[in-house]
Design a protein around this ligand. Structure first.
Ligand code: G5P
Ligand code: MG
Length: 211
């Protein structure tokens, strides 16, 4: 398998770009955040475990996350091109991927955006409650206010996109990020991507990095 991991702060555009790559370039996109939110909606065992962590902006325990991602990757064929968005978030998660030769990481792409811009991106984000498409009240407004362009369902704000929870998520990111970057630097497969630009511009740089 060709495993590419997207690293970067909350709001750095990992999900936005991963969705484009999966619809336009044949990558299979796995967002652990989206999986957890779906599990919460369905009230599964994983969802019950994850909810209190997500609502506070804390990380869900490694054992739950590693199990979850392994079960998603296991059925894939060996020629799959994969993007992991939001995984790994900790060193044990990064090592768990590399321990298995099938899921060994090919590239780690680190999306960089100045921190002061992230809060605005996150607090203005709106997502479709049905298809998960992401919008922004200012930077990517839907054609009709509060309605998804893609499927016509209602747009909502993520419960963890309030200003106080965003602060906590950014703090956790700062605590974990350096050791993950160091790890991938040592594996010599870390690429940095300036993600402080128009979505289309970031997308074209990203496509070049992945080819
Ligand atoms: P998530 O869901 O993984 P985060 O915090 O990593 O959440 P998030 O918030 O989903 O990441 P993103 O995907 O990087 O950020 O950003 P995005 O949605 O694409 O874009 C954010 C906003 O900016 C949008 O409004 C978009 O329109 C705008 N935007 C995007 N790109 C651009 C651009 O190029 N230019 C401009 N101007 N704007 C742009 O995780 C949620 C929770 O789940 C748990 C944790 O509790 C976590 O807090 N979790 C895990 N816990 C443990 N381990 C894991 N591996 C976990 N994964 C999830
Ligand atoms: Mg995301």
């Amino acid at each position: 398998m060709e495993i590419n991991v997207f690293l970067g702060a909350p709001g750095s555009g990992k999900g936005t770009q991963a969705k484009r790559l999966s619809s336009q370039a044949g990558f299979k996109h796995f967002s652990t955040g989206d999986m957890l939110r779906a599990a919460i909606q369905k009230n599964t065992e994983v969802g019950k475990k994850a909810k209190s962590y997500i609502d506070k902006g804390d990380l869900v325990p490694d054992n739950v996350m590693i199990e979850l991602i392994k079960s998603e990757l296991a059925p894939l064929s060996s020629d799959s091109k994969v993007i992991l968005d939001g995984f790994p978030r900790t060193l044990p998660q990064a090592k768990a991927l590399d321990q298995d030769s099938l899921t060994k990481v090919r590239r780690a792409l680190y999306f960089t955006v100045p921190e002061m811009k992230l809060v605005k991106r996150l607090t203005g984000r709106r997502i479709c409650q049905k298809c998960g498409e992401s919008f922004h009240t200012e930077f990517m407004p839907p054609k009709v206010d509060g309605i998804c362009d893609k499927c016509g369902s209602k747009l909502i704000q993520r419960t963890d996109d309030s200003e106080s929870v965003v602060e906590r998520r950014l703090q956790i990111f700062r605590e974990q990020n350096d050791q993950i970057l160091d790890y991938y630097r040592q594996q010599t497969n870390l690429l940095e991507l300036n993600a402080d630009a128009e979505v289309e511009k970031v997308f074209s740089t990203l496509k070049k990095s992945l080819s």
